[in-house]
Structure formats: structure tokens, C-alpha cells
Design a protein around this ligand. Structure first.
Ligand SMILES: NC(=O)c1ccc[n+]([C@@H]2O[C@H](COP(=O)([O-])OP(=O)(O)OC[C@H]3O[C@@H](n4cnc5c(N)ncnc54)[C@H](OP(=O)(O)O)[C@@H]3O)[C@@H](O)[C@H]2O)c1
Length: 340
């Protein structure tokens, strides 16, 4: 155990890319749990594209992080001192109230105790068997209602959410084309995840390559990027296409409002259904998703990668991997050792 707490505080709202003086790492005392509370030691911190949204004061799906507050983030932590019988010391929990710091106080209603009866690593509950997997599960299966033989296109296809969407689409008997930012990631999609095609959007002509890969058009687009990929897809959608709007990462660091896609008129002409969602919309159904995803992981039907970076002090450098595309799978920061 450390002898102090470290906390990342939001000092300024980033303009464009996050800069190192937008947040400050400060030191404070480790808090003492009162009656009904427990002390959580942060083990894994989830680093997500939405961190950039929460740092801004744009219109968003929950309040932005206030200036001078601890940066928000999902964590998996260990209860190391407890004054509540339902939070036993030594148990591992997920929490959304702790954020970017070493220690925090929690109450039972602020955490979920993680099941330890399955042979899944803790990091699975931050990736394929956690919110990442749930995002793919509901955003793809519930929103687009895929049918066998349909053509599905997914962006950030080698990333945490996108890679699971593609595998779910294969399980449903769809043809799957993924877009990602390197030849190595394309190879992984084709060879390991059995995608039918993979396009490097950084080197190719996205529209021409999509036309070749999807000669009959696109039935379903799972959008993680917005921007030029969305525009190319819109040109090629079929009648009654469905578009699940999961994320818009190509715009998160933009200084100017993103220009609208030129091909947006095709939503009308092709009677396409476009639906945005936030994974928490499906919170009541998370237990079903956890059950299905855990089984599929254990049966080898869903594969996933985690990209584990180390040290709370490296949070900002690690977060940047999501915007450069250096992350290989769900980006997780190891804040302390599971066994430590
Ligand atoms: N709606 C929800 O509830 C929900 C929940 C979770 C995540 N999301 C969204 O899902 C998307 C993926 O998140 P994730 O956690 O799975 O992250 P991820 O895909 O593991 O990592 C982000 C990836 O985005 C790609 N990228 C970065 N900048 C880009 C740009 N300008 N244009 C195109 N691609 C770019 C990079 O991959 P390449 O190498 O392929 O460029 C990077 O690896 C994000 O848009 C996120 O906001 C939404």
C-alpha cells in the first residue's frame, strides 16, 4: 500500500488534442472509511475515448467533469478496509465513482462485486465481459437486428468495441468488413477474427475499397468514427439499412464543429434507420449480456485483446494511444497489482 493518494485533477478544458497541462497529478492523504463505507484501492483504470468528451463542456450524455475535480473513469478495485458487512475486505469490485486516483471511499450502492466463479481474468470485466462487450452486444444486436447473409461494416474494427461487433456479426452469419488504421490490424481482423475483409482507411481510398468489398451495398453500419468513413458508407447503404451510432472518435479532438456528411440524403432515399445509443440505456439487461458474453469467451467464440499500460502517473500518455491508434485492444491502466 502507498503512503499517500495521487489524484488526476482536471485543470483546463482541452482545445484540440489533450495537452499535459490540462490535468495535474496532485498528492493527498488516503481517506479513512467511516461507518458504512469501505476503502477501495484502484487496480485497473479503464481508459476510453469518452474521457475526452467528459473533459469538454460540449453537449453530452452525462455532466462534464467539473474543473478542479478528479477525472472520471471506470475502475476495478480491491476493498482493502471495510466498515460495511456487504463489502468484504479482499473482494474485487467495479466502480464508476472513483476515477483517476489510487484510493477512494465507496458505499455498497456505488460498486458491483465482481463474480470470481468463472475462469475469467479481472481485465475481462473491463473489456469483452464488461461495458465494452455490452456496448457491442446491445449496440449491434439490439439496435441493428442483423440477419444471416447481410453485409455489415464496422469502423475502429480492431479496437475494443469494434472487434467484438465483428465477431458477433460473424456469429449471426453476416458478411463483415472492418475499417482500421494499419495493415497489421487488418491482418489480425482477417486471419484471427475471420472478418471477410479489412480496409486500412489511412492508406486506401475508403469509398473505392468499400465498393469493391461490398459490391451489393451495405445493410448495417456500426459507426465508431463518424467523419469520412461514415460519408463513404452512406453512399453505399442499401434500402432499409440500419446504422448504429456508437461513437464519433474522428471528431473528439476537433477544434471546429465537424462538417456534415455529403451523403446524408441517402438516409432518406434508402429509408435507413439511424440510431444512437449509450450503453447505459441497456443497464437492466446487463446480466443477460454478461452471461452470453462470458459463455462465448469461454467457448472460444469471442476473442479479445487488452492493452495494459502501467502506472497512474502515465494516465495521460496512455490515453493518447486511443487517438494515435497505438492501442491493441481495450486500453487499461494498471494502477496497482491485483495481488499487492
Ligand atoms: N455509445 C456507447 O455507449 C459507447 C461505449 C463505449 C465506446 N463507445 C465508442 O466506441 C468507439 C470505440 O471505442 P473503444 O473503447 O472500443 O476504443 P478502441 O476502438 O479500442 O480505440 C480507439 C480507436 O479509434 C481509432 N481512431 C482514433 N482516431 C481515429 C480517427 N480520427 N479516425 C478513425 N479512427 C480513429 C484507433 O484505431 P485505428 O488504428 O483503427 O485508427 C483507435 O485504436 C469510440 O468512438 C467510443 O467513443 C461508445
Amino acid at each position: 500500500m502507498r503512503n499517500n493518494n495521487r489524484q488526476w485533477i482536471l485543470k483546463k478544458r482541452p482545445v484540440g488534442d489533450i495537452s499535459k497541462d490540462d490535468l495535474e497529478l496532485i498528492e493527498s492523504n488516503i481517506p479513512e472509511p467511516k461507518d458504512g463505507e469501505a476503502l477501495l484501492q484502484n487496480v485497473y483504470l479503464s481508459l476510453d475515448p469518452t474521457n475526452r468528451i467528459w473533459m469538454s463542456d460540449m453537449d453530452q450524455y452525462m455532466p462534464p467533469v467539473e474543473l478542479n475535480e478528479v477525472m472520471r473513469g471506470g475502475v476495478v478495485g480491491k476493498i482493502i478496509k471495510s466498515n460495511h458487512s456487504s463489502l468484504p475486505e479482499g473482494s474485487f469490485v467495479s466502480s464508476f465513482t472513483c476515477g483517476w486516483q489510487d484510493y477512494c471511499l465507496v458505499k455498497p450502492e456505488e460498486v458491483n462485486i465482481l463474480p470470481r466463479d468463472l475462469p475469467l481474468p479481472l481485465t475481462a470485466y473491463m473489456s469483452a465481459a464488461g461495458l465494452t462487450g455490452f456496448t457491442a452486444y446491445f449496440g449491434f444486436l439490439s439496435i441493428t437486428k442483423p440477419k444471416e447473409g447481410e453485409t455489415v461494416v464496422v469502423s475502429t474494427a480492431a479496437g475494443a468495441v469494434g472487434s467484438i461487433v465483428g465477431q458477433l456479426a460473424k456469429m449471426k452469419g453476416c458478411k463483415v468488413i472492418g475499417l482500421t488504421g494499419s495493415d497489421e490490424k487488418c491482418k489480425w481482423l482477417r486471419e484471427e477474427l475471420c472478418f471477410d475483409g479489412a480496409i486500412n482507411y489511412k492508406t486506401g481510398d475508403v469509398l473505392e475499397e468499400l465498393k469493391t468489398a461490398c459490391p451489393e451495398g451495405i445493410d448495417i453500419y456500426f459507426d465508431n468514427t463518424g467523419g469520412i468513413i461514415l460519408d463513404a458508407v452512406l453512399k453505399l447503404i442499401k434500402l432499409n439499412a440500419r446504422i448504429s451510432v456508437c461513437g464519433l472518435i474522428s471528431t473528439y479532438n476537433s477544434k471546429e464543429p465537424a462538417p456534415g456528411p455529403y451523403n446524408y440524403g441517402n438516409i432518406l432515399m434508402k429509408r435507413a434507420k439511424v440510431e444512437g445509443f449509450i450503453v447505459s440505456d441497456f443497464a437492466e439487461e446487463f446480466p443477460n449480456a454478461l452471461n452470453d458474453l462470458s459463455n462465448w469467451i469461454l467457448e472460444g467464440k469471442i476473442k479479445y485483446n487488452v492493452d495494459i499500460q502501467k502506472g497512474l502517473e502515465n494516465a495521460l500518455v496512455a490515453l493518447d494511444r486511443l487517438f494515435t491508434g497505438d492501442n491493441t485492444g481495450k486500453l487499461i491502466l494498471e494502477v496497482s497489482k491485483e495481488e499487492g
